[in-house]
Design a binder for this molecule. Structure first.
Ligand code: CBF
Length: 832
């Protein structure tokens, strides 16, 4: 008899009482066809529990859909190529307010909810900040009862799994769908045709139409997203690509030509096979463009279908109403093709003229910029675009032409700027479509993601457009959901916050955290706060031991940097700092060492598979750790650990246990950052530069509770020039750290190219483009201030409390409320 047999199965959906819930879990265990009914191990328990929770979600999700359908409010559609959802079970029961009931129900089977939740695989359909932001936004949209949906792609393999081998990082296909996802609902009734290639046909009356090529189908998978303490549950609609039976050539198959018989099926499978296919080859570029178009076309066809569905008299002649019912937000330039696709659907399918279609498109779409890094501002080859999407290329050319004419006729003074502002770059060597320019020209609003970043957009990247459309540009400082990033991932600290604020309302009104300020010196709070931190540090230490085999001391200062590995994020400066610290510890007397603040430096993050220097940095952190951690002289005072396979659920363990976290990008290069907000919310003190949202975090938590160092954004260009002109004089500490690595102290791997990137314009060098050398001395000084501050436990705990207390602004509820009011023009539509 299996454990599940001990509880009478009951199908009652949306059960509330632990015994009824247990019956429902048992029902799913026995009647869901995924596993043998005889087995009820932790994995089966997870799937049965998730299916039981899904019953609750479905009820709300259906009610929400019907309610939106009946009331027909203006609705936002968030188009994003990435969603970094992580695990869903803890979040779902937490938002639905049934955590306790499910925990009790699982106890009847001998299981702890936390352990069962740990069985879930992360849904990693994103790379980093941008994707995780999209997921936080969905949580806030649902919580604020906003009529809104997310659209994305259902990648078969999301972000790769990272394994650390002797040679450094290895990438392994990630397997979130290897079994199945209990959260998605396949919608066989929601299918749209998607065309690629082909040609443009012109009818006798001059109408243009796209024809020929190959046509695949987009099939919807819906993931219900529950709001916190509300009946609303919205949708994340993920598209998968498929070909039909008609596309399968039975004749060829029976003739033994298996591959060509299923050619279109295999091409369909490629589209959603992986997140970010490598784009070093022409094939890779084409595939990525196909993915982008697939998302845009399927989503817009669906949006138009719904617009018509909600009021049958809309079928004809009511297109001017479209922008009062539909807002489309493009999450970076990846969904830019929504612009020409909406124009095409309106003109070629719905029969609108250019001016009307342009007016509707412009009033519907808005664009968020997430980076100023030139290499991340997408540009597509005009030839590839024309081949894959011939009609869209025509439309883009027309947009470009009309934009030029508009500037020439209305702004004589800007003629000299036109070439760089145009959508098309017709450089004969490499003609491209500039996607960001297309977004700015076509969208009604453009926003950056932190005040500093939005100012850089206005003053530098998009400065020329500002004088034409001064009202187009806005700032929306990013935010994070306080549910996942404090309430659910850090229950110990959450309870303390609730106890001292005498309310748990902070979970949906994060500004209430300021109420903690008045207790910042209270010794009782200090004791409780320190105990909660220690509990989280112990959990973190266990994770580190499990995944790396390294023992770390929960009484040492836990110093963490977790994010994608990138030279601008300067993990290299962090590790150079650790190398310098190690060298000094080695040189000290044993007596002096005892006065040192013991530290555990943890670095985690994935390097893009083809980004060589990022991979070298991963290797270096691991090599330094291998030496330092095994050096009996110093390893009581310093450990260096690389945390493998950093993802959302690893972050949920690391962030609560952090005391210091590093956000040390070259000023002006990190658009916002959002992990800085998560750390600060969890009472972690930041060491950082004046970059991205750090600037606002420091303002909110107070400058005494933030370790600042480094050049400011407006100094960077000048410093780079100085460097080029040979005016930079390196600090001896910087030279010493590099030299120590070059000496082979951390093994035989050749770090020359990586270290040379920090030198002048020699060899592999990029002339230290990211200014590690310039900022290093002030970084080391700031770290020394950290060491001193940590010795004073009272002072440190107070800083920690004031970080949490100052985090109210960084709730994604605030961000989404601003988008809703200031960009989308939508209002709450709660299910009664
Ligand atoms: O706005 C969300 C995040 O987006 C990025 O991750 C991106 O992909 N461009 C930026 O690098 C982050 O600064 C930003 O927080």
């Amino acid at each position: 008899m299996s454990a599940a047999d001990k509880v009478k199965p009951a199908a009652s959906p949306a059960a509330q009482e632990p015994s009824a819930i247990a019956g429902n879990i048992s029902y799913h265990a026995q009647y869901s066809p995924h596993f043998s009914p005889l087995a009820f191990g932790p994995e089966q328990a997870f799937y049965a529990t998730a299916e039981s929770v899904r019953d609750h979600l479905l009820q709300r999700w259906n009610d929400t859909y019907l309610h939106f359908h009946k009331t027909d409010p203006k609705q936002t559609y968030y188009l994003s190529m990435e969603y970094l959802q992580g695990r869903a079970l803890t979040n779902a029961v937490g938002n639905l307010g049934i955590t306790g009931a499910y925990a009790d129900a699982l106890k009847k089977f001998g299981y702890e909810l936390e352990a069962i939740a740990g069985q879930e695989r992360d849904a990693a359909l994103g790379n980093g900040g941008l994707g995780r932001l999209a997921s936080c936004f969905l949580d806030s949209m649902a919580t604020l009862n906003l009529p809104s949906w997310g659209y994305g792609l259902r990648y078969r393999y999301g972000l790769f799994k990272q394994r650390i081998a002797q040679e450094g990082q290895e990438e392994i296909a990630e397997d979130w769908l290897d079994k199945f996802s209990p959260w998605e609902i396949v919608r066989h009734d929601v299918v749209y045709p998607i065309r690629f290639f082909g040609h443009v046909e012109i009818s006798p009356d001059g109408k243009r139409k796209w024809a020929g090529g190959e046509v695949l189908s987009a099939l919807a998978y819906d993931v219900p997203i529950p709001g916190y303490k509300t009946k609303n549950a919205i949708s994340l609609r993920l598209w998968d690509a498929k070909a039909t039976a008609e596309d399968f050539n039975l004749f060829q198959f029976n003739d033994g030509q298996y591959e060509s018989a299923a050619q279109l099926h295999s091409r369909a499978q490629q589209i959603c096979a992986v997140l970010y296919p490598g784009d070093a080859t022409e094939e890779g570029k084409l595939l990525r463009l196909k993915q982008q178009y697939f998302l845009c076309s399927a989503s817009l066809q669906d949006i138009i279908f719904r617009f018509k569905e909600r009021k049958s008299d809309r079928v004809s002649g009511k297109w001017s109403e479209f922008p009062s019912k539909v807002a489309v937000q493009m999450n970076d330039t990846h969904p830019t093709l929504a612009i020409p696709e909406l124009m095409r659907l309106l003109m070629d399918v719905e029969g609108l003229g250019w001016d009307e279609a342009w007016d509707v498109t412009n009033k519907t779409v808005a664009y968020t910029n997430h980076t100023v890094l030139p290499e991340a501002l997408e540009k597509w080859s005009q030839a590839v675009m024309r081949k894959l999407l011939p009609r869209h290329m025509e439309i883009i050319e027309e947009i470009d032409k009309r934009f030029r004419e508009m500037v020439i006729s209305t702004r004589k003074d800007m003629e000299g700027k036109i070439e760089s502002m145009r959508v098309l770059d017709n450089n004969p060597e490499k003609p491209v479509v500039r996607m960001a320019n297309l977004c700015v020209v076509a969208g009604h609003t453009v926003n950056g993601v932190a005040e500093l970043h939005s100012n850089i957009l206005k003053e530098e990247l998009f400065a020329d457009y500002l004088s034409i459309w001064p009202k187009k540009f806005q700032n929306k400082t990013n935010g994070i959901t306080p549910r996942r990033w404090l309430r659910f991932c850090n229950p110990e600290l959450s309870e303390i916050v609730t106890k001292w604020l005498k309310t748990d309302q902070w979970t949906s009104n994060l500004d209430l955290l300021t109420g903690l300020r008045k207790f910042a010196d209270d010794e009782k709070l200090h004791a409780e706060w320190a105990a909660a931190k220690l509990a989280s540090k112990k959990r973190l230490a266990k994770h580190v031991l499990d995944v790396t085999g390294v023992t770390i001391d929960p009484n040492s200062l836990f110093d963490i940097q977790i994010k994608r590995i990138h030279e601008y994020k300067r993990q290299l400066m962090n590790i150079l700092g650790a190398v310098y610290r190690y060298k000094k510890l080695k040189e000290m007397s044993a007596a002096d060492r005892q006065k040192v603040t013991p530290r555990t430096v943890m670095v985690g993050g994935k390097a893009f598979a083809t980004y060589t220097n990022a991979k070298r940095i991963v290797k270096l952190v691991n090599d330094v750790g291998a030496v330092v951690n095994n050096d009996a002289d110093v390893n009581k005072y310093l450990k260096v650990v690389f945390i493998p396979n950093y993802n959302v659920s690893v972050a949920e363990v690391l962030i609560p246990g952090s005391e210091l976290s590093q956000h040390i990008s070259t000023a002006g290069m990190e658009a916002s950052g959002t992990s800085n907000m998560k750390f600060s919310l969890n009472g972690c003190v930041i060491i950082g530069t004046l970059d991205g949202a750090n600037v606002e975090i420091r303002e909110e938590v107070g400058q005494d509770n933030f370790f600042l160092f480094g050049a400011k954004a407006d100094q960077v260009a000048g410093l780079r020039k100085d460097r080029e002109n040979g005016l930079f004089k390196p600090d001896p500490r910087f030279e010493e750290a590099k030299q120590f690595i070059r000496s082979g102290a951390f093994g035989t791997y050749d770090y020359t190219p990586l270290l040379d990137s920090l030198e002048g314009n020699t060899g592999f060098g990029r002339g230290d483009y990211f200014l590690v050398g310039y900022d290093f001395p002030s970084y080391i000084d700031a770290q020394a201030r950290v060491d001193e501050a940590y010795k004073d436990k009272k002072k440190w705990i107070k800083m920690s409390i004031l970080n949490t207390a100052g985090s109210g602004k960084f709730s994604s509820d605030r961000t989404i409320d601003q988008y809703a009011k200031e960009i989308w023009g939508i209002s709450a539509c709660p299910v009664p």
